[in-house]
Design a protein around this ligand. Structure first.
Ligand SMILES: Nc1ncnc2c1ncn2[C@@H]1O[C@H](COP(=O)(O)OP(=O)(O)O)[C@@H](O)[C@H]1O
Ligand SMILES: [Mg+2]
Length: 288
């Protein structure tokens, strides 16, 4: 089946400064596409341009040069701004900065209210969105009483209530504890797999990137690698140069291989690691 493009960056550069020297670019000549229903993870160390890419994806920023299109709509055309914001929602790192109302369901209603969605329709969308992030039971709770992970899920619900085709999440789990992180990741994966919403997840956690269909590595304002998690994580030298780690399971495998264990070299997840160890010990036993 032909993949349909949802978001497209074509030779996009962006500079925060008026004077455009080569070093002033936060994003430099990048081109990539995100397909409908795809889950793309973006990796890169601090200052590499990830948040700028997030903000370029729904017309919060406009390219200094090049073109960003959402479903064929150019982000730099003023009339496209509202339809683009409906299609692509952005969730940021700090949940406290994104909650605007004191009660959970009011907060989720805020986005669709701004889009002038009729009240009856808003009611329905808010309930659906809260169920999708597993926060429906807390709909009447005060937002300031929620944990970081719960707040982040409410922020995601606020975006879902706008019925987007794509959600961009800029390090949404960076400020959360392990339980909050796991809950937010579960929510993101379900939105992608069950509702078919395209996901762009910017993250520092390699384990989160492993869950994506494709991984993009940015370094010094440019795209350094793009491919499946297995393709990207097999490029050990490139990752090192970009200051990125390996997923824990892969790290552990590398250590064991150095010690002479004959393990597969493309292991990425804990499950794969355990399978491989089990296989190895079964083989050893049968050889005795
Ligand atoms: N508001 C801003 N004004 C000026 N420079 C900025 C601003 N935001 C980011 N930058 C610069 O742009 C570059 C890319 O930043 P950013 O997109 O935030 O990277 P990342 O999200 O990967 O950490 C960095 O050099 C950063 O210092
Ligand atoms: Mg950032």
């Amino acid at each position: 089946m032909e993949k349909e493009t949802l978001l497209k960056f074509e030779n996009v550069s962006f500079s925060y400064e008026d004077e455009k020297t080569d070093r002033s670019f936060a994003v430099k000549d990048i081109s990539f596409s995100v397909y409908k229903g795809e889950f793309l993870a973006i990796l890169g160390h601090n200052g590499s341009g990830k948040s700028t890419i997030a903000k370029l994806s729904n017309a919060i920023y406009l390219p200094t040069s090049g073109k960003v299109t959402v479903d064929g709509m150019d982000t730099s055309v003023p009339d496209n701004e509202i339809p683009i914001r409906k299609k692509v929602g952005v969730v940021f790192q700090n949940p406290d900065n994104q909650i605007v109302a004191s009660i959970v369901e009011e907060d989720v209603a805020f986005g669709p209210e701004n889009l002038a969605v009729p009240p009856k329709e808003i009611r329905m969308r808010v309930d659906d969105a809260l169920k999708a992030v597993d926060m429906y039971d807390r709909r009447f709770s005060e937002t300031h009483r929620l944990s970081g992970g719960q707040k982040q899920r409410v922020a995601i619900a606020g975006i879902i209530a706008m019925r987007p085709s794509c959600i961009v999440l800029d390090e949404p789990t960076a400020m959360l504890d392990p339980k909050g992180r796991a809950d937010v990741m579960k929510t993101i994966t379900a939105l992608n797999k069950e509702l078919g919403i395209s996901i762009i997840l910017i993250t520092h956690f390699m384990e989160e990137a492993v869950a994506a269909d494709r991984v993009m590595v940015v370094n010094n304002a440019r795209i350094r690698a793009m491919g499946t998690p297995r393709e990207v994580f097999s490029q050990r030298e490139m990752l090192k140069e970009c200051g990125l780690e390996l997923p824990d399971a892969a790290k552990l495998c590398d250590v064991l291989k150095e010690k002479g264990f004959a393990l597969r070299s493309d292991i990425l997840t804990e499950e794969e690691f355990i399978d491989e160890i089990v296989k190895m010990s079964v083989k050893q036993r049968s050889e005795i």
